[in-house]
Every structure is written in structure tokens, then in C-alpha cells.
Write a protein that binds this ligand. Structure first.
Ligand SMILES: [Fe+2]
Length: 340
């Protein structure tokens, strides 16, 4: 298969994937995720229980696209979806070890690579000019919530090539767990209810990630948080921010997420029509706080259902850790500017 930028990409034989997943995740997690995915595809194609959600209707994208074309807004929406914004935050906490003062995390979310080629090409062009120590991906690599995924993987390959240093990711509600072995072969360490230690200058922080908690609900925060000592700084990656209460009370200092697209098609002023999430509206985009935990919801770099955006530009995000302050963790926007 060719990815959109021309280089050849060779993926694993599908018949090997289930066995690899059982070895990688354990039999229970692999079987639960694969089983729910099979049920989901059966419902989509009318072989299961009645299923009604705008994101998953086969023809919803056609209807939305037709309405936008009739209104003369479709091409403008497509141009908006390719105009990336670079956003930057500071995460300030006395719990950040001194060696991590200035540590920078690049955060990419909701790439939906197979339906956003122009936005992906923009990111690949932009990445060499960015400085960061680690990259995190908060899910949704595939455009649809079902069907083939090789084109989505093909879109991920040039992005991974352009990324420097370690890359960690979680799956979203649009992703099949069958993508995991190939994503990991590209050098993206997926965190599936797991936690890793990040070391620098003899000190450490913890980076955990959970499987999708929005649709598949195979997230296990308890398992991901278990290795983290309560007194040490920890970050949780979750596709959806809907698990903010469980994350805060598990002791995480920072939750990085996506999923909402900030509404993607918004009213003037960035007011979302829907966030497809159960959470306070103020948690639907950007920085927020819940108890002692800081959170950030990326509006995403790509778009889904229809590749258009209105009053909600796509973003990639930099988070700078600062070892300072007296309280637990705070988050504040530093800059916010357009990059085309
Ligand atoms: Fe998404």
C-alpha cells in the first residue's frame, strides 16, 4: 500500500493480528475489545440491535455534506479544516521534579488521517520546526468507527517518520485494536491500561494511558494507575475526557484528552452544537481543572464525519511542564496562533 506522501508501507497479515493482540494485552482484554468491535460492525450493517447515533450512521456524512453544499459553505469548511492552530500551555506544579522543569510534550489528537490528508500534510511540514521532548497521541487515527483501517495506518506512517523522540498513544472510539501491532511497529508505544516511567536527570514522572472509555468502555484506570506512587507526578492519556472524575480521584496530576473535536461545527464564538460527550461544557475544549487535577481537551488536528470545520480550528498543542507553585497542579494557556 502507498501512503499519501508516496512511500511504500507494508502492514502485518490480518490473520496474525489476533494472536499478537492476545500476547500483547492478555486474552481477556483482547477478546473483550475484539468482541465489542464485531458487535459494533454487525449493528452498523443492520445485523444486530437497533443502533442510532449521528456519528455512526452510514449516510449522515452524505446528508451533512449535501446541506453544506446547498448552503455554499462546504468548500469554506474544508479550507477551515486544513488551517491548523498551534496552541501552547504551561502546566505548573510543585510536584513536577526539578529535572523536568521545561520538559515539553507535543500533543496530537483526533488525526482521522484517512479523511484529512491536507491537514496531515500541514502537520508533517510543521513538525521539523517544533522543539519537544516527547509526543503523545490521544486517539482516533481512523476516519470512520468501522471498516478497513489500512489507509489510516498509511496516513500515520509519514507522521511518525516526522516525529522526533519517543511517541506514546492511546486508542479512540474510532479505532480498532487491530491497528495496535502496526502502530507499535512504527515506533508508537501504545498505552492500553498501562503506565511507563519517564526519566530525566535522575528523576522521574509517570505516563499512563487507557483504552477507549467512550464507546468500547474497556478502560481500566485502576490498572493504569496502580504502579504510580501517590507522591510522584503523573499524567493520564485518555481519548475522552469523560473519565475526569475517576482520573482525578486516582491521583493523576494531569489528564490529556481529545474526542470532542471542540464541537467541530460550532456557532460563532466557538459555541459547540454537540460535544458527543457526557461532561461539563467547559471541559469540551482547552484547559480546565477538576479538584487537584489539571486537564486539557484538544479540539483535534483532524475532523470526522465530514472533513469541515466552522468556528473551531484544528490544533496541535505543546504542554510545557514547570516545577513551581505552591498548590497541586495548574494549567494556563501561553500562546495561541495560526499556522498554515
Ligand atoms: Fe475524533
Amino acid at each position: 500500500m502507498k501512503h499519501p506522501f508516496g512511500a511504500a508501507v507494508r502492514f502485518l497479515d490480518p490473520s496474525d493480528i489476533e494472536e499478537r493482540l492476545e500476547k500483547r494485552l492478555g486474552r481477556l482484554h483482547a477478546r473483550q475489545r475484539l468482541g465489542i468491535e464485531m458487535d459494533h460492525e454487525a449493528q452498523i450493517f443492520g445485523q444486530g440491535l437497533n443502533f442510532f447515533h449521528i456519528e455512526n450512521l452510514l449516510f449522515s456524512h452524505t446528508l451533512i455534506e449535501a446541506v453544506l453544499r446547498l448552503a455554499g459553505l462546504y468548500q469554506r469548511g474544508r479550507r477551515n479544516a486544513a488551517k491548523l492552530r498551534l496552541r501552547q500551555n504551561e502546566i505548573v506544579s510543585q510536584r513536577v521534579p526539578r529535572a523536568f522543569d521545561g520538559f515539553r510534550i507535543l500533543h496530537l489528537s483526533d488525526l482521522h488521517t484517512d479523511m484529512n490528508e491536507q491537514a496531515m500534510a500541514c502537520i508533517v511540514d510543521l513538525l521539523p520546526s517544533l522543539e519537544y521532548d516527547l509526543c503523545v497521541l490521544t486517539g482516533d487515527y481512523r476516519g470512520k468507527t468501522f471498516g478497513p483501517f489500512s489507509q489510516s495506518l498509511a496516513g500515520m506512517a509519514p507522521l511518525r517518520e516526522a516525529l522526533k523522540g519517543p511517541v506514546y498513544g492511546v486508542l479512540g472510539n474510532h479505532d480498532t485494536i487491530r491497528m495496535v501491532p502496526d502502530l507499535e511497529r512504527m515506533g508508537i508505544r501504545m498505552l492500553l491500561n498501562e503506565c511507563v516511567v519517564i526519566e530525566r536527570g535522575g528523576q522521574r514522572i509517570h505516563l499512563a494511558g487507557i483504552d477507549d472509555a467512550h464507546y468500547f468502555r474497556v478502560d481500566n484506570i485502576e490498572k493504569a494507575a496502580d504502579p504510580v506512587p501517590l507522591e510522584e507526578f503523573s499524567i493520564l492519556l485518555s481519548h475522552t475526557p469523560e473519565i475526569y472524575r475517576q482520573a482525578a480521584h486516582a491521583g493523576f496530576d494531569l489528564l490529556l484528552s481529545g474526542h470532542t473535536h471542540g464541537g467541530q461545527i460550532c456557532l460563532p464564538g466557538g459555541i459547540p452544537i454537540t460535544l458527543d460527550s457526557i461532561l461539563p461544557r467547559s471541559f469540551g475544549a482547552g484547559a480546565w481543572k477538576y479538584g487537584d487535577m489539571a486537564g486539557y481537551t484538544s479540539v483535534g488536528a483532524g475532523s470526522s464525519v465530514v472533513p469541515v470545520r466552522f468556528n473551531c480550528p484544528p490544533e496541535i498543542t505543546l504542554h510545557d511542564l514547570r516545577s513551581a507553585g505552591k498548590g497541586r497542579t495548574s494549567i494556563r494557556p501561553v500562546s495561541n496562533f495560526d499556522r498554515i
